[in-house]
Design a protein around this ligand. Structure first.
Ligand SMILES: Nc1ncnc2c1ncn2[C@@H]1O[C@H](COP(=O)(O)OP(=O)(O)O)[C@@H](O)[C@H]1O
Ligand SMILES: [Mg+2]
Length: 613
């Protein structure tokens, strides 16, 4: 923040310089006109030269200020966006299921931008306007208080009006943002599911829904724009009212009608003050300004008033405008702070040493939503190095159980322990380094196959990656892709088949040499031949590691140490596979179905290249 503060200070300094230059400009014009009337051509030349220098310096100052602010802007927006994304990385996983990614995009990009632009741009703008009002106000007061005072009286009135006006706008800014979120959220969500929308012929319906959302946003937005424009032009009108007032009062003054008004007295008094003296220069200068000629106001001063009174009121208008912006920014800030207030995953904790891999679920219950238990009273011990298969119907809670083990979620009651350590107390980073999950749906990122594989261990060399793929038995499939390991996988891996993506996830997992491996239906979409190749390769890879296999295909189950049957969030059966088959319970009936399917059913063909639903 230090360099930012320095830039900000520098910008403020430049704004002050600019204000002083503007005051000098006003003064020169005023004096210049009087010289013209007095036909003092030398002095007029001098003033013209001065005006030129002032104009050039003013421009220079503005350019410098622009440069500083642009740099500051960029630095701040990078920092803010980075912080927000890092924050999103640490949120509890449940937050991500609650919000579509487009809404994060909207906040990280747009809100952060607005927020930061306000702090660099608008805040300075407000400071500038305030400085301006003070400077010009004092200047005009010194030249002629009688004309200035009524104009100055307008300032607070306008201020109050615009403050109340913009306060009322805030609610509308909020609903504008909510509408905008819906537009962005809808767009990103539906773009991800583009294939399905087209497959089901839902283009028209999607378009209609999108249009309706855009239309709703437009309505709120237009309403707001009109109100803001109305406020600005209302202020503008007052600027001209002020000019008219100056014309009237100043004209009277100029014609001498006000020679004995309090203003004249005030002028007499102020002419003795050092500030007035400085402004006016010398008594001779006062004479030049026409003050001694009997008129209450010099021609120069009157012209200066008419020319510059708007300089007094425009900043008020600008502040009103920025105040509307302020309402907007308060909404942005609120939405950014919302992110900061979301529950964060607890990441800190004891660093795990190299694990043996003994896992205990001790009376674990879990739910995603309150009152809807997904896992109930799970008690299970898995010895280090054991391989355990989890089977059961869809929605039984198998994946949820795995989620607890990699601490994506925490149990509602009971505890999960690895090597006797409660997962609540360990550092998640150190945990996830040793627990590899191969999910059912692996996420791939835009880039080459190699880059995607390397996610498991960023520092792995190409050779190491390919070696890992070979040991897993995935090399045959992956090397056959059009450009081998350099094949671009497309957005979200959409150029690979689901089965190919699953292989990528497998390689990723083993690259990191994990102590505990979770395979959540990891090869469910791989064709039978490849699956067999992978599974036989896996046998070697899994020795010495604890493995949890959520199995869809029971052929993976045959040589595990333990089978756990999960139904409705409970463990309903458990034991060695052959014992369970012999016992004739749930597993044995599943096994019989599996056996008859293997014998009569056609072998699973390669999977279609469909995008993830
Ligand atoms: N993020 C979530 N939020 C709410 N409910 C969920 C979430 N994920 C899964 N569920 C619910 O939890 C139950 C168990 O799901 P899951 O563990 O994925 O089952 P399985 O892997 O055995 O098919 C299901 O009823 C599912 O609808
Ligand atoms: Mg599952």
């Amino acid at each position: 923040m230090r360099p930012h503060a320095r830039s900000m200070g520098l910008a403020l300094f430049l704004v002050t310089v600019a204000t002083i230059l503007v005051l000098a400009q006003m003064y020169s014009v005023m004096v210049g006109i009087n010289y013209i009337i007095a036909a003092d051509l030398d002095k007029v030349n001098l003033i013209a030269g001065a005006l030129l220098v002032i104009a050039l310096s003013l421009n220079l100052v503005k350019v410098l200020e622009g440069l500083i602010m642009a740099r500051l802007n960029n630095q701040l927006s990078v920092a803010l966006r980075r912080d927000l994304l890092s924050r999103v990385h640490r949120l509890e996983l449940s937050e991500h299921t609650r919000q579509v990614s487009g809404e994060w995009v909207s906040r990280i990009l747009f809100e952060a931008d607005r927020f930061q632009k306000f702090f660099t741009g608008k805040l300075l703008e407000i400071a500038k306007s305030a400085l301006w009002i003070t400077g010009v106000g004092v200047f005009l007061l010194l030249v002629n208080p009688l004309i200035t005072l009524p104009v100055l009286a307008i300032v607070p009135i306008l201020g109050i009006i615009s403050y109340r006006w913009t306060n009322r706008l805030r609610g509308q800014f909020q609903s504008q943002r909510a509408e905008w979120d819906k537009v962005v959220g809808f767009l990103s969500d539906r773009l991800e599911g583009l294939t399905d929308i087209r497959a089901f012929g839902q283009e028209a319906a999607t378009l209609a829904e999108f249009e309706a959302l855009c239309e709703r946003y437009r309505r709120v937005h237009t309403g707001l724009s009109i109100k803001r424009a109305a406020l600005t032009s209302f202020m503008e009108v007052w600027g001209f009212v002020a000019v008219a007032m100056v014309m009237l009062v100043g004209g009277l003054e100029f014609l001498g009608a006000g020679a004995h008004t309090p203003a004249a007295v005030f002028k007499g008094a102020t002419s003795m003050m050092p500030m007035t003296w400085m402004l006016a220069g010398t008594n001779k200068m006062m004479a030049t300004m026409g003050m001694a000629s009997g008129a209450a106001l010099s021609a120069g001063a009157l012209s200066a008033f008419v020319l510059f009174v708007k300089r007094l009121l425009n900043p008020v208008r600008d502040i009103a405008h920025e105040a509307a912006e302020l309402a907007d920014v308060r909404v942005s800030a609120g939405r950014i702070l919302d992110i900061l207030e979301l529950p964060e995953e607890r990441r800190e904790g004891r660093q795990l040493p190299l694990l043996d891999g003994r896992i205990e679920f001790d009376r674990v219950s879990f739910e995603y939503e309150e009152g809807r238990p997904v896992l109930r009273d799970i008690r299970l011990t898995i010895e280090a190095g054991q391989h355990v298969a989890f089977v059961g119907p869809t929605g039984a809670g198998k994946t949820s159980l795995m989620n607890l083990l990699s601490r994506f979620y925490e149990p509602v009651s009971g505890s999960v322990r690895i090597d006797g350590q409660d997962l609540r107390e360990v550092s998640v980073i150190s945990l996830r380094k040793q627990v590899a999950v191969v999910p059912q749906e692996a996420m791939l990122f835009e880039g080459t196959l190699l880059e995607n594989l390397r996610l498991g261990r960023p520092e792995a060399t190409d050779a190491e990656v390919i070696d890992a793929a070979t040991r897993i038995g995935a090399d045959d499939v992956l090397a056959r892709l059009p450009n081998g390991y350099r094949t671009p996988v497309g957005a979200r891996g959409s150029r690979l088949s689901v089965g190919e993506r699953q292989l990528v996830a497998l390689v990723r997992a083993f690259l990191g040499d994990p102590r505990i491996v979770i395979l959540d239906e990891a090869v469910s979409s791989v064709d039978t031949a490849t699956r067999h190749a992978v599974m036989s390769a896996m046998r070697g890879l899994l020795t010495g590691r604890t493995a949890l296999l959520v199995a869809h295909h029971l052929d993976l189950v045959q040589d595990v140490d333990q089978v756990v049957v999960v139904e409705g969030g409970r463990i309903v059966e458990r034991g060695r596979p052959e014992a369970l088959i012999a016992a004739g319970g749930r597993f044995s009936s599943l096994w019989r179905i599996h056996q008859s399917g293997e014998l009569s059913g056609p072998p699973a063909a390669g999977t279609p290249r469909a995008a993830k639903p």
